[in-house]
Design a protein around this ligand. Sequence first.
Ligand SMILES: NC(=O)CC[C@H](N)C(=O)O
Length: 281
Amino acid sequence: MISYHHLTLATSTTMTLPMASSSKPRRVIIGVLALQGAFIEHIHYLERLRIPNTVIRAIPIRTADQLESCEALIIPGGESTVIQSVAERTEGLLPILLDFVRNPQRAVWGTCAGMILMAEEDGIGGGKVIKGRPPQKGWGGIEGLKVWRNLYGTQLESFEAHMEIPALSQPTKPFNCIFIRAPAVHSLQPKSTSVADLTQDLHHTIAPTETSTTIEVLATLPSECTPPPPPQDSHLGPSNHEDLGKVMIRQGSKLVTSFHPELSGDTRIHQYWVEKCVLGM
Ligand SMILES: NC(=O)CC[C@H](N)C(=O)O
């Protein structure tokens, strides 16, 4: 089911679907925040997708105007403190970015550092505290998500976990999940919504009235891979041990993954996000 080993170069084939030729294709512009980190890989993966009757244009986002031209956004992995500080120093960008990320109608996907940035406003712990700067703030996106930066350890503790993810196409084909100084979920306690664990369920359905708010846990690491709990006396409060291994979480149009699908050689998570969160298929 799941194998776990240290990081090696990953190769795999991509999945493509035939283009339908009949009706006028839907055009969608997807932005990838390009302030720092692994943004170009996401652009390349989006360009590889083949979704019937859909034309995807993937563009790098560095300004508020560019963001406003997009329907959906990926916040890539990299270094969340650097992405935050470049966003702060880019005129007019941060307020538009925060509105975009917090708007339930906008599809947003955060990978690794991007997941950190999609935590609650006061929901980030761990990592280095930079002297003279206030604690890093989350931008929001997933309700009740608190994360702990670098809980799996340093770059040297990077690892791969081959996991079956039931929500994806070819669900029994393991996905190569690559963790690089990944954050762990400190706790996932939404105030007004429910959390559905879909890691085992191949035939799940979420009632239509709940789809916009229900939090769906789509992948969880096995217990032997989960990191040790963070300090219990931090400003985040006690962590929830059961939440630590949750590595792929969706809430309506929002998705977070603590690993790097854009380095896996496999486009199935990009396909999933575009189909379910961006196009609502
Ligand atoms: N691979 C990554 O995106 C690492 C995230 C990084 N540890 C951070 O705190 O932002």
